[in-house]
Structure formats: structure tokens, C-alpha cells
Design a protein around this ligand. Structure first.
Ligand SMILES: NC(=O)c1ccc[n+]([C@@H]2O[C@H](COP(=O)([O-])OP(=O)(O)OC[C@H]3O[C@@H](n4cnc5c(N)ncnc54)[C@H](OP(=O)(O)O)[C@@H]3O)[C@@H](O)[C@H]2O)c1
Length: 235
């Protein structure tokens, strides 16, 4: 693939980078030349060629703040920040417990907010950069069984919109990437319980499909803003 500009020497931070979509995005950005800072709870702390790994729970705002201070001190403000960490819950509203609802909001909405809040000032001060939010088809469609997940992702879409509005004139751009179903471990438990109307794994996107899209956005010239990308599997 040819890039409108290279990511050589750039720093790309990706949450949820231990597996699935976040991992594929981190791999794609690193392959394009970026140094990747990869965050997830299960990652072993350390570094290597082209990567730094930090164990981080995005629902712990203090830990997010500390991690941001460390990253900014060691690497500077990220050129690309991808909020990909997330969890899924498929349950009808009346069977969703308050704790499950709060948990979905904590990981899928408050977590990305904490990450944005911790890095945004440094990115704005530097006057360039890109923030990618991994939304979902559930951020704009009302799907049965998505009371908690859909509420969190609709909130994330709202957060992205306000972010984009507040970034006008700053040099920092924001993109919402909203994929349909993607074949990752997120579906393991859900498919094991197998409600009939769910897509099969063969009918899903691949994590690399989403990573390709993020890489495309991240390699547009600085005057180009891609506000939103919706990605679906051909039916
Ligand atoms: N798969 C789909 O069909 C699909 C479709 C549309 C959108 N999405 C979105 O894409 C994103 C990634 O999903 P995926 O399919 O790649 O899921 P996945 O394979 O289950 O990966 C989820 C990632 O998020 C991390 N994570 C979860 N909770 C975290 C926390 N509290 N703090 C830090 N990291 C956390 C996990 O790492 P640790 O467990 O190591 O923390 C893991 O790296 C999510 O935002 C999801 O909503 C997925």
C-alpha cells in the first residue's frame, strides 16, 4: 500500500492493543513506520523495536493520567491516538443489571473520555495529530440486546462530535470509525450461547479491515479531515 505520507518517526498510541481490533491497528501503524504505544490490562510492560507496552485499565482515570504523563515525557504527545479498548454485552434491557450497565459505560465511554482528557492538552499544544475513536454500528443503530453497549457507543459518538467541534482550528483532527461485526474474541461468549439471528464469523469483517481503514485515515495529508467512516461486510 502507498501512503499519502509516511508514519516514520511518528508516535501512535492505541488502547485495547492486546488483541482483536486494537492489536491489528497497532500492527498496521507500526508497519507503516510509527512507534506504537500499546495499552491494555493484560499487556506485559516493556518495550522493543517499534513498540512500548503499558498495562493499563482505562476505567482507572488516575492510572490513565499517570500513564499519559509518562508517555508524553518519554515520547512526546502522540501523533495518532486510537481509543479502541472496549467490551461487549448482549442482553435485553430488562435483564441488564445496573452493574452491567455501569460497567459498559465505564469501559466504553468513560474510559475513552479519560484517555482523551489525559492526552488532549499536549496534542493541542503541539498543534497537530489525529484522534481515532472506534465506535460501532451500535453507535448509530438501535439494535435489540444492546441497551448498555448501544447506550455507551451512542455516547461515544456524541463525545467524538463534541471533540471534533472543540478541535476546530487546533490542527488536531478527529475521526469516528464505526464498524459492523468484526471477527474477534469479543464474540466468543456471545456466539457460544448462539442466538440464531447473529452473524456467523464468516459473515464478519476481519480486524485487519478496520486496521486498514485507520491506517488510511492516519496517512491522509494534514489538511484532510475524515470525520467518520462506517465499515460493513458486504451482504
Ligand atoms: N468485534 C466487533 O464486532 C466490533 C464491532 C464494532 C466495534 N467494535 C469495537 O472495537 C473495539 C475492540 O473490540 P474487539 O472486537 O477488538 O474486542 P476484543 O478482541 O475483546 O479486544 C478488546 C480489547 O480491549 C481491551 N480492554 C477491555 N477492557 C479494557 C479496560 N478496562 N482497560 C484497557 N483495555 C481494555 C482488551 O485488553 P485487556 O483485556 O488486556 O485489557 C482488548 O485489547 C471495542 O471498542 C468494540 O466495541 C468491535
Amino acid at each position: 500500500m502507498t501512503h499519502a505520507f509516511s508514519l516514520d518517526g511518528r508516535v501512535a498510541l492505541v488502547t485495547g492493543a492486546s488483541r482483536g481490533i486494537g492489536f491489528a491497528i497497532a500492527e498496521a501503524l507500526q508497519a507503516a513506520g510509527a512507534h506504537t504505544v500499546r495499552l491494555a490490562r493484560s499487556l506485559r510492560e516493556g518495550g522493543g523495536k517499534g513498540r512500548t507496552q503499558l498495562a493499563l485499565d482505562v476505567t482507572d482515570a488516575d492510572a490513565v493520567q499517570r500513564a499519559a504523563e509518562r508517555v508524553i515525557q518519554e515520547r512526546g504527545a502522540p501523533d495518532v491516538l486510537v481509543n479502541a479498548a472496549g467490551t461487549f454485552l448482549l442482553k435485553p434491557l430488562t435483564r441488564t443489571t445496573p452493574a452491567e450497565f455501569a460497567g459498559q459505560l465505564a469501559t466504553n465511554l468513560t474510559g475513552p473520555f479519560a484517555v482523551l482528557r489525559a492526552f488532549l492538552d499536549a496534542m493541542i499544544a503541539r498543534g497537530r495529530g489525529l484522534i481515532v475513536t472506534i465506535g460501532s454500528v451500535a453507535d448509530h443503530a438501535a439494535l435489540p440486546g444492546n441497551a448498555a453497549y448501544g447506550a455507551a457507543k451512542h455516547g461515544l459518538r456524541g463525545l467524538h462530535g463534541v471533540l471534533a467541534a472543540e478541535l476546530v482550528g487546533s490542527g488536531v483532527r478527529a475521526t469516528l470509525v464505526a464498524p459492523g461485526a468484526v471477527d474477534t474474541g469479543l464474540w466468543d461468549t456471545v456466539l457460544a450461547e448462539a442466538p440464531a439471528d447473529l452473524p456467523t464469523r464468516d459473515e464478519m469483517l476481519r480486524p485487519t479491515d478496520v486496521a486498514d481503514a485507520v491506517l488510511w485515515v492516519a496517512t491522509r495529508p494534514a489538511h484532510v479531515v475524515v470525520s467518520e467512516l462506517r465499515i460493513e461486510r458486504r451482504r
